[in-house]
Design a protein around this ligand. Structure first.
Ligand SMILES: *[C@@H]1O[C@H](CO)[C@@H](O)[C@H](O)[C@H]1NC(C)=O
Ligand SMILES: *[C@@H]1O[C@H](CO)[C@@H](O)[C@H](O)[C@H]1NC(C)=O
Ligand SMILES: *[C@@H]1O[C@H](CO)[C@@H](O)[C@H](O)[C@H]1NC(C)=O
Ligand SMILES: *[C@@H]1O[C@H](CO)[C@@H](O)[C@H](O)[C@H]1NC(C)=O
Ligand SMILES: *[C@@H]1O[C@H](CO)[C@@H](O)[C@H](O)[C@H]1NC(C)=O
Ligand SMILES: *[C@@H]1O[C@H](CO)[C@@H](O)[C@H](O)[C@H]1NC(C)=O
Ligand SMILES: *[C@@H]1O[C@H](CO)[C@@H](O)[C@H](O)[C@H]1NC(C)=O
Length: 226
Protein backbone atom coordinates (compact mmCIF):
# COMPACT_ATOMS: atom_id res chain seq x y z
CA UNK A 1 0.00 0.00 0.00
CA UNK A 2 2.86 2.35 0.72
CA UNK A 3 3.80 3.09 -2.86
CA UNK A 4 0.29 3.63 -4.24
CA UNK A 5 -0.54 5.78 -1.25
CA UNK A 6 2.50 7.89 -1.83
CA UNK A 7 1.66 8.23 -5.49
CA UNK A 8 -1.86 9.23 -4.64
CA UNK A 9 -0.72 11.83 -2.17
CA UNK A 10 1.91 13.14 -4.53
CA UNK A 11 -0.50 13.43 -7.42
CA UNK A 12 -3.29 14.88 -5.32
CA UNK A 13 -1.11 17.85 -4.61
CA UNK A 14 -0.49 18.38 -8.30
CA UNK A 15 -3.80 17.70 -9.90
CA UNK A 16 -6.12 20.34 -8.61
CA UNK A 17 -7.18 21.20 -12.10
CA UNK A 18 -6.01 18.57 -14.55
CA UNK A 19 -5.38 14.86 -14.57
CA UNK A 20 -2.31 12.72 -14.70
CA UNK A 21 -1.53 9.23 -15.85
CA UNK A 22 0.34 7.34 -13.17
CA UNK A 23 0.68 4.03 -14.91
CA UNK A 24 1.91 3.68 -17.46
CA UNK A 25 3.67 6.90 -16.50
CA UNK A 26 2.77 9.98 -18.47
CA UNK A 27 4.98 10.88 -21.40
CA UNK A 28 5.92 14.02 -19.49
CA UNK A 29 4.64 15.96 -16.56
CA UNK A 30 1.70 18.00 -17.78
CA UNK A 31 0.55 19.08 -14.35
CA UNK A 32 1.28 21.81 -11.92
CA UNK A 33 3.75 24.60 -11.81
CA UNK A 34 6.78 22.40 -12.44
CA UNK A 35 5.58 21.27 -15.84
CA UNK A 36 7.13 22.49 -19.06
CA UNK A 37 5.22 25.68 -19.81
CA UNK A 38 4.69 24.64 -23.42
CA UNK A 39 2.53 21.72 -22.25
CA UNK A 40 -1.18 22.11 -21.76
CA UNK A 41 -3.77 19.41 -21.32
CA UNK A 42 -6.14 21.45 -23.42
CA UNK A 43 -3.94 20.58 -26.42
CA UNK A 44 -4.88 17.63 -28.64
CA UNK A 45 -3.65 14.95 -28.92
CA UNK A 46 -1.11 14.71 -26.10
CA UNK A 47 -1.06 17.97 -24.15
CA UNK A 48 1.58 19.36 -26.47
CA UNK A 49 4.15 16.76 -25.49
CA UNK A 50 5.87 15.52 -28.66
CA UNK A 51 5.59 11.84 -29.48
CA UNK A 52 9.30 11.67 -30.21
CA UNK A 53 10.34 13.22 -26.91
CA UNK A 54 13.63 11.78 -25.79
CA UNK A 55 13.76 10.23 -22.33
CA UNK A 56 10.04 9.53 -22.25
CA UNK A 57 9.07 6.48 -20.23
CA UNK A 58 8.02 3.52 -22.39
CA UNK A 59 6.28 0.98 -20.21
CA UNK A 60 6.05 -2.73 -21.09
CA UNK A 61 2.48 -3.95 -21.49
CA UNK A 62 1.36 -7.53 -21.88
CA UNK A 63 1.30 -8.64 -25.46
CA UNK A 64 -1.99 -10.38 -24.87
CA UNK A 65 -4.41 -10.62 -22.00
CA UNK A 66 -5.96 -7.90 -19.90
CA UNK A 67 -4.29 -5.16 -17.96
CA UNK A 68 -4.74 -2.57 -15.31
CA UNK A 69 -6.00 0.95 -15.57
CA UNK A 70 -5.50 3.21 -12.61
CA UNK A 71 -6.76 6.75 -12.41
CA UNK A 72 -6.68 9.37 -9.75
CA UNK A 73 -9.69 11.57 -10.15
CA UNK A 74 -10.31 14.95 -8.69
CA UNK A 75 -13.59 15.91 -10.19
CA UNK A 76 -17.07 14.90 -9.14
CA UNK A 77 -17.49 13.13 -12.44
CA UNK A 78 -16.15 13.15 -15.97
CA UNK A 79 -16.59 11.39 -19.26
CA UNK A 80 -13.56 9.31 -20.08
CA UNK A 81 -12.19 8.12 -23.40
CA UNK A 82 -9.10 5.95 -23.76
CA UNK A 83 -7.56 5.51 -27.18
CA UNK A 84 -4.56 3.62 -28.45
CA UNK A 85 -2.28 4.29 -31.36
CA UNK A 86 0.48 2.05 -32.65
CA UNK A 87 3.98 3.00 -33.61
CA UNK A 88 6.96 4.77 -32.05
CA UNK A 89 5.61 8.29 -32.66
CA UNK A 90 1.85 8.08 -32.73
CA UNK A 91 -0.28 10.69 -34.40
CA UNK A 92 -3.33 8.53 -35.08
CA UNK A 93 -5.02 7.15 -31.97
CA UNK A 94 -7.40 5.05 -33.95
CA UNK A 95 -8.12 2.18 -31.56
CA UNK A 96 -10.81 3.01 -29.04
CA UNK A 97 -10.51 1.13 -25.76
CA UNK A 98 -13.62 2.64 -24.20
CA UNK A 99 -16.47 1.79 -26.50
CA UNK A 100 -18.91 2.95 -25.30
CA UNK A 101 -17.13 5.66 -23.40
CA UNK A 102 -17.19 5.87 -19.64
CA UNK A 103 -18.81 8.12 -17.12
CA UNK A 104 -16.49 8.21 -14.14
CA UNK A 105 -17.76 9.30 -10.76
CA UNK A 106 -15.76 10.24 -7.71
CA UNK A 107 -12.64 12.02 -6.62
CA UNK A 108 -9.68 9.70 -6.11
CA UNK A 109 -7.96 6.72 -7.63
CA UNK A 110 -9.70 4.55 -10.20
CA UNK A 111 -7.98 1.27 -10.92
CA UNK A 112 -9.20 -1.14 -13.55
CA UNK A 113 -7.44 -4.49 -13.16
CA UNK A 114 -7.88 -5.37 -16.80
CA UNK A 115 -8.65 -3.20 -19.76
CA UNK A 116 -9.31 -5.03 -22.98
CA UNK A 117 -7.81 -4.08 -26.30
CA UNK A 118 -9.24 -5.20 -29.64
CA UNK A 119 -8.71 -8.90 -30.16
CA UNK A 120 -7.32 -8.28 -33.62
CA UNK A 121 -4.89 -5.58 -32.55
CA UNK A 122 -1.89 -5.99 -34.88
CA UNK A 123 0.86 -6.11 -32.29
CA UNK A 124 3.82 -8.41 -31.83
CA UNK A 125 6.65 -8.58 -29.34
CA UNK A 126 8.21 -5.14 -29.16
CA UNK A 127 5.46 -3.19 -30.94
CA UNK A 128 5.36 0.32 -29.57
CA UNK A 129 2.26 2.32 -28.98
CA UNK A 130 0.77 5.21 -27.09
CA UNK A 131 -2.28 5.59 -24.94
CA UNK A 132 -4.32 8.73 -25.13
CA UNK A 133 -6.60 9.58 -22.24
CA UNK A 134 -9.27 12.17 -22.79
CA UNK A 135 -11.59 13.57 -20.16
CA UNK A 136 -14.62 15.54 -21.18
CA UNK A 137 -16.85 17.60 -18.95
CA UNK A 138 -20.50 18.24 -19.58
CA UNK A 139 -19.55 21.49 -21.26
CA UNK A 140 -17.77 19.50 -23.96
CA UNK A 141 -14.31 20.79 -23.22
CA UNK A 142 -11.67 18.10 -23.24
CA UNK A 143 -8.33 17.46 -21.57
CA UNK A 144 -5.68 15.25 -23.13
CA UNK A 145 -2.76 13.23 -21.82
CA UNK A 146 -0.66 10.40 -23.21
CA UNK A 147 1.53 7.56 -22.03
CA UNK A 148 3.81 5.35 -24.07
CA UNK A 149 3.97 1.58 -24.05
CA UNK A 150 5.71 -1.35 -25.68
CA UNK A 151 3.98 -4.69 -26.01
CA UNK A 152 5.95 -7.48 -24.33
CA UNK A 153 5.07 -11.10 -23.82
CA UNK A 154 6.69 -11.00 -20.41
CA UNK A 155 4.96 -7.86 -19.18
CA UNK A 156 2.40 -8.17 -16.43
CA UNK A 157 -0.61 -6.26 -15.22
CA UNK A 158 -0.90 -4.50 -11.92
CA UNK A 159 -2.65 -6.49 -9.25
CA UNK A 160 -3.58 -6.60 -5.62
CA UNK A 161 -2.70 -3.52 -3.64
CA UNK A 162 -1.18 -1.93 -6.73
CA UNK A 163 -4.60 -1.71 -8.33
CA UNK A 164 -7.15 -0.47 -5.87
CA UNK A 165 -9.72 2.24 -6.29
CA UNK A 166 -10.63 4.84 -3.74
CA UNK A 167 -13.97 4.46 -1.99
CA UNK A 168 -16.70 6.07 -4.04
CA UNK A 169 -14.75 6.04 -7.29
CA UNK A 170 -16.29 4.05 -10.10
CA UNK A 171 -17.36 4.25 -13.70
CA UNK A 172 -20.21 3.18 -15.89
CA UNK A 173 -20.25 2.67 -19.59
CA UNK A 174 -22.41 5.27 -21.23
CA UNK A 175 -24.94 3.62 -23.46
CA UNK A 176 -24.32 4.87 -26.93
CA UNK A 177 -27.02 7.40 -27.53
CA UNK A 178 -29.10 7.27 -30.64
CA UNK A 179 -28.38 10.26 -32.81
CA UNK A 180 -31.12 11.47 -35.08
CA UNK A 181 -29.38 12.58 -38.21
CA UNK A 182 -32.60 13.85 -39.65
CA UNK A 183 -32.21 11.24 -42.34
CA UNK A 184 -34.58 8.67 -41.01
CA UNK A 185 -31.80 6.62 -39.51
CA UNK A 186 -30.17 6.53 -36.15
CA UNK A 187 -26.60 5.94 -35.19
CA UNK A 188 -25.51 4.30 -32.02
CA UNK A 189 -24.94 0.96 -30.43
CA UNK A 190 -26.27 -1.12 -27.63
CA UNK A 191 -23.71 -0.17 -25.05
CA UNK A 192 -24.28 -3.32 -23.09
CA UNK A 193 -20.67 -4.27 -22.56
CA UNK A 194 -19.30 -5.86 -19.47
CA UNK A 195 -20.48 -2.97 -17.39
CA UNK A 196 -17.57 -3.61 -15.11
CA UNK A 197 -17.29 -1.20 -12.29
CA UNK A 198 -14.03 -0.08 -10.84
CA UNK A 199 -12.91 -0.58 -7.30
CA UNK A 200 -12.15 -4.23 -7.78
CA UNK A 201 -8.55 -5.17 -7.35
CA UNK A 202 -6.88 -7.65 -9.62
CA UNK A 203 -5.98 -11.05 -8.41
CA UNK A 204 -2.48 -9.85 -7.88
CA UNK A 205 -1.08 -12.92 -9.57
CA UNK A 206 0.79 -12.02 -12.67
CA UNK A 207 0.32 -15.44 -14.18
CA UNK A 208 -3.39 -14.86 -14.23
CA UNK A 209 -2.95 -11.72 -16.26
CA UNK A 210 -0.61 -13.43 -18.67
CA UNK A 211 -3.07 -16.19 -19.37
CA UNK A 212 -6.06 -13.99 -20.02
CA UNK A 213 -6.81 -11.22 -22.43
CA UNK A 214 -4.54 -8.31 -23.10
CA UNK A 215 -3.15 -6.75 -19.99
CA UNK A 216 -3.08 -3.05 -20.46
CA UNK A 217 -1.87 -1.74 -17.18
CA UNK A 218 -2.79 1.88 -16.98
CA UNK A 219 -3.05 4.38 -14.24
CA UNK A 220 -4.93 7.53 -14.79
CA UNK A 221 -5.16 10.46 -12.52
CA UNK A 222 -8.14 12.51 -13.41
CA UNK A 223 -8.94 15.82 -11.92
CA UNK A 224 -10.76 18.51 -13.75
CA UNK A 225 -11.35 21.67 -11.84
CA UNK A 226 -14.85 22.32 -10.69
C1 LIG B 1 9.69 22.06 -23.16
O1 LIG B 1 9.07 21.30 -24.18
C2 LIG B 1 9.55 21.62 -25.49
C3 LIG B 1 8.73 20.79 -26.45
O2 LIG B 1 8.85 19.43 -26.11
C4 LIG B 1 11.03 21.33 -25.59
O3 LIG B 1 11.50 21.73 -26.85
C5 LIG B 1 11.77 22.11 -24.51
O4 LIG B 1 13.14 21.74 -24.53
C6 LIG B 1 11.19 21.80 -23.15
N1 LIG B 1 11.83 22.62 -22.14
C7 LIG B 1 12.37 22.07 -21.06
C8 LIG B 1 12.95 23.03 -20.08
O5 LIG B 1 12.36 20.87 -20.86
C1 LIG C 1 10.39 15.40 -33.34
O1 LIG C 1 9.41 15.71 -34.32
C2 LIG C 1 9.43 17.09 -34.69
C3 LIG C 1 8.25 17.34 -35.59
O2 LIG C 1 7.94 16.22 -36.35
C4 LIG C 1 10.77 17.40 -35.36
O3 LIG C 1 10.80 18.76 -35.73
C5 LIG C 1 11.90 17.11 -34.36
O4 LIG C 1 13.14 17.28 -34.99
C6 LIG C 1 11.79 15.69 -33.85
N1 LIG C 1 12.75 15.51 -32.77
C7 LIG C 1 13.48 14.42 -32.65
C8 LIG C 1 14.37 14.36 -31.47
O5 LIG C 1 13.43 13.50 -33.47
C1 LIG D 1 -10.69 15.94 -4.43
O1 LIG D 1 -9.91 15.48 -3.35
C2 LIG D 1 -8.80 16.31 -3.08
C3 LIG D 1 -7.97 15.63 -2.01
O2 LIG D 1 -8.79 15.21 -0.97
C4 LIG D 1 -9.30 17.68 -2.68
O3 LIG D 1 -8.21 18.53 -2.44
C5 LIG D 1 -10.15 18.26 -3.80
O4 LIG D 1 -10.70 19.48 -3.41
C6 LIG D 1 -11.26 17.31 -4.16
N1 LIG D 1 -11.96 17.81 -5.32
C7 LIG D 1 -13.29 17.77 -5.41
C8 LIG D 1 -13.87 18.28 -6.69
O5 LIG D 1 -14.00 17.32 -4.53
C1 LIG E 1 -4.66 2.94 -37.52
O1 LIG E 1 -3.72 3.87 -38.01
C2 LIG E 1 -2.54 3.25 -38.49
C3 LIG E 1 -1.57 4.37 -38.82
O2 LIG E 1 -2.21 5.41 -39.51
C4 LIG E 1 -2.89 2.37 -39.66
O3 LIG E 1 -1.73 1.73 -40.13
C5 LIG E 1 -3.89 1.31 -39.23
O4 LIG E 1 -4.30 0.56 -40.32
C6 LIG E 1 -5.08 1.97 -38.60
N1 LIG E 1 -5.96 0.94 -38.06
C7 LIG E 1 -7.26 1.05 -38.08
C8 LIG E 1 -8.01 -0.10 -37.50
O5 LIG E 1 -7.83 2.03 -38.53
C1 LIG F 1 -22.62 10.95 -15.61
O1 LIG F 1 -22.54 10.95 -14.20
C2 LIG F 1 -22.96 12.19 -13.63
C3 LIG F 1 -22.73 12.08 -12.14
O2 LIG F 1 -23.29 10.92 -11.62
C4 LIG F 1 -24.41 12.45 -13.98
O3 LIG F 1 -24.81 13.71 -13.45
C5 LIG F 1 -24.55 12.45 -15.49
O4 LIG F 1 -25.91 12.60 -15.84
C6 LIG F 1 -24.04 11.17 -16.06
N1 LIG F 1 -24.11 11.22 -17.50
C7 LIG F 1 -24.72 10.27 -18.22
C8 LIG F 1 -24.72 10.43 -19.69
O5 LIG F 1 -25.23 9.29 -17.68
C1 LIG G 1 11.11 -8.97 -20.98
O1 LIG G 1 11.52 -9.10 -22.33
C2 LIG G 1 12.37 -8.04 -22.76
C3 LIG G 1 12.60 -8.24 -24.25
O2 LIG G 1 13.03 -9.53 -24.52
C4 LIG G 1 13.64 -8.03 -21.96
O3 LIG G 1 14.48 -6.98 -22.38
C5 LIG G 1 13.31 -7.87 -20.49
O4 LIG G 1 14.48 -7.97 -19.70
C6 LIG G 1 12.31 -8.93 -20.05
N1 LIG G 1 11.86 -8.59 -18.71
C7 LIG G 1 11.71 -9.52 -17.79
C8 LIG G 1 11.24 -9.05 -16.46
O5 LIG G 1 11.97 -10.70 -17.99
C1 LIG H 1 -29.46 9.41 -45.97
O1 LIG H 1 -30.10 8.18 -46.27
C2 LIG H 1 -29.91 7.77 -47.62
C3 LIG H 1 -30.71 6.51 -47.84
O2 LIG H 1 -30.48 5.58 -46.83
C4 LIG H 1 -28.41 7.53 -47.84
O3 LIG H 1 -28.20 7.15 -49.20
C5 LIG H 1 -27.67 8.79 -47.57
O4 LIG H 1 -26.29 8.55 -47.68
C6 LIG H 1 -27.98 9.29 -46.18
N1 LIG H 1 -27.32 10.56 -45.95
C7 LIG H 1 -26.68 10.84 -44.83
C8 LIG H 1 -26.06 12.19 -44.74
O5 LIG H 1 -26.56 10.03 -43.91
Amino acid sequence: MALPTLLLLASASLTSAHFGIEYPPMRANTLGSSKNSSYSQWTNPCAGVPGNLTDRPITPWPLSGGGSLKLDLHHHWTYLFINLGLGPDVSNFNYTLTNPFWNETGNGTLCIPKLAVPADLPVTEGTQGSLQVVTVGDDGNALYNCADIVFRANATALGGDDCKSSPGVSYTEVGAAKVDTGNGSAAGGSGSGSGSKSAGAGSGVNLVALSSTVALAMVFVLGMSV
